[in-house]
Design a binder for this molecule. Structure first.
Ligand code: ADP
Length: 231
C-alpha cells in the first residue's frame, strides 16, 4: 500500500516545487498508470516511494513503513518489499539471464536450494526458460525487459514500480510487457507503472493518475479498448 498525505517536495538546488500537497492512495492489489508531461513530478513521486529522496512536508507510507520515521539502516528492508523495472533495463552484461535474476537473491543471502527452484520458476513466468543461459546482448529489447521483470519479481515484492518500462522497446512488444504486468497484478502484486505512451493506457484502461505541474490533475478508473474488444 502506498499513501501520500499532503506531500510536497521542493528541490533546494533549483527551488522548484516538484510536488504540491499531493494526496494519493494505492491499495494492495491495485494496478495504476502514472501519466503526465515531462517535468510534471512523476520521477519525484517514484523517488519518494523508494526513499531516494525525502518529502519536504507531508507523510509518505509505503508497505507499512512511515518513510519520515524510517531510519537509514531500515531502508533496505523497505526496498526489499519493492521491485523496480527501469526504462533502460539495467541488466548486468557479464551475467546470463539466470545469473541476473539469481543475483538479487544471492545478495540477500537466500538459501541456495530456494534460489535453484525460485529462479527458473520466475524466468518461466516471463516466458524466457529457453533463454536462461543467454547474455543480455543476445536478447531483444523486449526480452531484456522481461528479464528485468523477472529480476523485479524474484523476491516476491508487495509492489512493483515500472518506470517507463516500454520506453526502449518496440511498440508491438510494449503490449506484451503490460500484459505480463497485468498477469503479475492478478496474482496480488500492486503495480505502479509510469508511462508516456497514451496508446497503451487507452488500450488497457484501469486506474490512471495524471500528474501535472506537481499536482494530481485527475485520478480515475477509465475503461480501456481491450475490454471492449473482448465483448
Ligand atoms: P517527471 O518525472 O514527470 O519528468 P520530475 O519529477 O523529474 O518530473 O521533475 C519535476 C520537477 O522537479 C521538474 O521541474 C524538474 O526540473 C525538477 N527536478 C527534478 N529533479 C531535480 C533535482 N534533483 N534537483 C532540482 N530540480 C529537480
Amino acid at each position: 500500500m502506498v499513501e501520500f498525505k499532503d506531500v510536497s517536495v521542493t528541490y533546494n538546488s533549483s527551488g522548484v516545487d516538484a510536488l504540491n500537497k499531493v494526496n494519493l492512495k494505492i491499495n494492495d492489489g491495485d494496478f495504476a498508470f502514472v501519466v503526465g508531461p515531462s517535468g510534471a513530478g512523476k520521477s519525484t513521486l517514484i523517488k519518494l516511494v523508494l526513499k531516494e529522496i525525502d518529502a519536504t512536508s507531508g507523510t509518505v507510507i509505503v508497505n507499512g513503513f512511515n518513510l519520515k520515521k524510517l531510519r537509514r539502516r531500515k531502508i533496505p528492508a523497505l526496498r526489499r518489499t519493492i521491485g523496480v523495472v527501469f526504462q533502460d533495463f539495467r541488466l548486468i552484461p557479464t551475467m546470463t539471464v539466470y545469473e541476473n535474476v539469481a543475483f538479487v537473491l544471492r545478495v540477500i543471502d537466500a538459501p541456495a536450494k530456494y534460489i535453484r527452484s525460485r529462479v527458473p520458476y520466475v524466468i518461466s513466468l516471463v516466458g524466457l526458460s529457453e533463454k536462461a543461459k543467454c547474455y543480455p546482448t543476445e536478447l531483444s529489447g523486449g526480452e531484456q525487459q522481461r528479464v528485468a521483470l523477472a529480476r523485479a519479481l524474484v523476491n516476491d515484492p508487495q509492489l512493483i514500480i515500472a518506470d517507463e518500462p516500454t520506453g526502449n522497446i518496440d511498440p508491438a512488444l510494449s503490449y506484451e510487457i503490460v500484459e505480463l504486468l497485468k498477469g503479475i497484478n492478478e496474482c496480488g502484486t500492486t503495480i505502479l507503472m509510469v508511462t508516456h505512451e497514451h496508446d497503451l493506457v487507452r488500450y488497457f484502461g484501469g486506474r490512471i493518475i495524471n500528474i501535472n505541474k506537481g499536482s494530481i490533475a485527475f485520478d480515475e478508473v477509465v475503461g480501456g479498448s481491450a475490454s471492449n474488444e473482448n465483448k
